[in-house]
Design a protein around this ligand. Structure first.
Ligand SMILES: C[S@@+](CC[C@H](N)C(=O)[O-])C[C@H]1O[C@@H](n2cnc3c(N)ncnc32)[C@H](O)[C@@H]1O
Length: 379
């Protein structure tokens, strides 16, 4: 099977690297999706369980030219749906259309669904639609239709630990990608000075402890009769096996008491409460006894009228803090055009990343590399 992993804009390369580490070196990034060939249901289970920054895992069921509704119907009906969906299955169709003659989503959806139902009815008779969910995506790009089956169900950012609402939280998948773009490793201190609901520190702890992001949730494919139940079981056992334990120095700070309460609760739900400390603190007052460390922050964007000046003041304060913590690396995700100007230094690297539909830059301000520690020579 060919699998497709959608990734947020700016994050495709991170997802490719995560796939490589999981043992899938041959991947291609196309139109915001990373393709992995020659996969089985076991790979579907592994990718859902272990990918930190992919948004979903889709199985590509077919692709055909699609200039009109007849081709759409015939193309969708040519897929062996009876081998995938059982007689009780509940199929929903979602659509995408880019640069194609067919663009009316409702009509594409209804023709696609009719084609699927006609194949299933030939095999099973009347359908009850009371069973497992199957979400089918019809992706029309340049008059070519790709039919994908979503194996994840809820998006992979839903790890299960973040249950309390909070203003402008980062998606867990985006937070994990930002962490992967930094020089942080579990031997260094990690700080998020604007932690909100705790996403960045929690994702850092999950990564450091090798806790699979999908360990505490379920996936759509688990309900499907066509999938060998061992596929999920094997991925689950692997996830339990690879977990490690190690001391960590991860902190989160925020000026909101409510944020700190929520972050602590989420850390507990994620099972990392003993590895992450959250403190009520003004970001500019951050101090650390670790001379080397990495700060990864998602400060307020100043979206509401009158808040921009406060957001710019934060950038100035962070510039001052960076100069006092001169051996730290600082990273900020911000949409502010003047961020570097206010921070008082040109970023060493700047990457564009979309967060909740807002075009942001992920600024890296480097510190010096820690000195290499050589093992003592025996005399
Ligand atoms: C965009 S939110 C961070 C969201 C967080 N990444 C999450 O996933 O939930 C920005 C946070 O910065 C906090 N904040 C604003 N000004 C601050 C300051 N001067 N010092 C510390 N925290 C501040 C706000 O209370 C808010 O929780």
């Amino acid at each position: 099977m060919k699998l497709l992993v959608p990734a947020a804009s700016g994050v495709e390369a991170v997802v490719k690297r995560q796939l490589d580490k999981l043992g899938y070196p041959e991947t291609r990034a196309v139109n915001g999706r990373v393709a992995v060939d020659n996969c089985t249901w076991r790979d579907v289970a592994r990718l859902n369980m272990f990918l930190r920054s992919g948004e979903r895992v889709l199985v590509c069921l077919g692709q055909f030219d699609c200039p009109d509704f007849d081709s759409l119907y015939n193309g969708v009906a040519s897929i062996c749906w009876q081998d995938i969906v059982d007689g009780e299955g509940r199929v929903t169709v979602v659509t995408k259309s880019v640069n194609s003659k067919l663009f009316a989503h409702h009509s594409i959806q209804s023709v696609g669904k009719k084609a699927i139902v006609s194949v299933l009815e030939q095999r099973f008779g009347a359908l009850s639609e009371t069973g497992a969910d199957y979400r089918v995506e019809l992706d029309l790009t340049n008059d070519v239709c790709t039919v994908n089956l979503d194996t994840s169900g809820a998006g992979l950012h839903k790890r299960g630990y973040r249950t309390l609402p909070y203003d402008a939280p980062l998606k867990e998948t985006t937070a994990a990608a930002l962490i992967d773009l930094t020089v942080w490793n579990p031997d260094k201190m990690f700080a998020d000075l604007f932690c909100g609901s705790g996403t960045l520190p929690i994702e850092a702890a999950l990564k450091a402890l090798n806790i699979a992001p999908g360990l505490n949730r379920s996936f759509a494919f688990q309900q499907w009769a066509c999938v060998d139940s061992k596929a999920y079981q094997t991925a689950l056992e692997e996830a339990r096996d690879v977990r490690v334990d190690r001391p960590l120095k991860i902190v989160g700070g925020d000026i909101s008491e409510r944020a700190i309460e929520i972050a602590r609760f989420h850390a507990q739900q994620a099972g990392v409460q003993n590895y992450v400390k959250f403190n009520l603190r003004e970001a500019r007052e951050f101090v650390s006894d670790s001379s080397y460390g990495v700060a990864v922050c998602n400060p307020p964007y100043g979206e509401r009228l009158g808040d921009v000046e406060a957001a710019r003041q934060i950038a100035r304060d962070m510039g001052k803090l960076y100069r006092t913590l001169d051996k730290w690396n600082f990273y900020f995700l911000s949409p502010l055009a003047d961020f570097e100007h206010d921070f008082g230094r040109r970023a060493d690297k700047k990457r564009y990343i979309f967060n909740a539909g807002i075009k942001c830059s992920f600024y890296s301000f480097n510190g010096p590399k820690p000195p290499k520690v050589f093992p003592k020579q025996e005399k």
